[in-house]
Design a binder for this molecule. Structure first.
Ligand code: FPP
Length: 247
């Protein structure tokens, strides 16, 4: 049986999140510069998005650029932004053809003006697509996202629009970048690192984590299928005991 056939379509995660890691090491192994790794990482994004959409996953969120990534050498930051622009332009047709909606989470207005503008245009151009949403996490920080919600709610309380006692998880989640989306049930991180790196700190509270040594440019459909099969073999207890889960 192929890996794809082993997937139980009735038990798919609705939302998959990926920390794409290892582009630099992949390039170094080939005697090339880091940007070569990022360029080759684009294919893995495309394969993962197509595979998720084909299976019926509703949301895919990929960590493309963290707030901390601004501290990388200026040349690499500029190359990543250029690659992002090129990729959005090149993939817009494929996204529409595959009925995939583009989304973005993070401090989008901190991106170079041209990138932010193009990203917003691509989001608007695919807003009608229904099959899946592909979220790019750009200039994203989980701690900043949570802090920002705290500020919004504090301002509402101060203005008398909200009572402090009425703040609950639902009220809080309405102000997150991911408002209206289900939390990711599966988080994948490539390249053998076992860290969250400030990614979706609130939303991953109950996610299953899947780590693989595969470097991001080598991640393909088959690797995605392996992660989903592994996820489907886990028992998700949400704090309960195994016995309580028996129907
Ligand atoms: C991590 O590898 C990768 C990134 C910080 C950037 C990810 C970007 C892409 C895959 C390409 C563009 C994406 C889109 C959505 C157009 P690393 O550089 O940290 O690798 P290393 O840990 O081996 O140094």
């Amino acid at each position: 049986m192929s890996l794809k056939q082993q997937i139980d379509l009735a038990k798919l995660p609705k939302h998959v999140a990926i920390i794409m890691d290892g582009n630099g090491r992949w390039a170094k192994q080939r005697g090339k510069n880091r940007v070569f790794g990022h360029t080759n990482g684009v294919k893995a994004v495309r394969e993962s998005a197509e595979a998720c959409a084909e299976l019926g996953v509703e949301y895919l969120t990929v960590y493309a650029f963290s707030t901390e990534n601004w501290n990388r050498p200026q040349l690499e930051v500029t190359a990543l932004m250029t690659l992002l622009m090129k990729t959005i332009t090149a993939e817009l047709k494929t996204l529409t053809k595959n009925d995939i909606r583009l989304g973005a989470i993070g401090d989008i207005d901190s991106l170079p003006k041209g990138v932010a503008k193009q990203l917003k245009e691509a989001i608007a151009a695919t807003a009608h697509c229904k099959r899946m949403q592909l979220n790019l996490a750009l200039s994203y920080s989980g701690k900043s996202e949570i802090l920002n919600v705290a500020k919004i709610l504090a301002t509402k309380v101060q203005a008398g629009e909200l009572k402090a006692g009425d703040i609950n998880e639902e009220v809080f989640e309405r102000q997150l970048f991911t408002a209206g989306m289900p939390d990711p049930e599966l988080l994948i991180r490539t390249s053998g690192e076992h860290r969250l790196s400030n990614f979706l700190l609130w939303q991953l509270a109950y996610a299953e984590f899947y780590f693989t040594d595969v470097l991001w440019p080598d991640f393909d459909r088959e690797e995605l299928y392996k992660a989903i099969i592994d996820y489907q073999n886990r028992e998700r207890r949400f704090g309960k005991t195994s016995e309580q889960l028996v129907p």
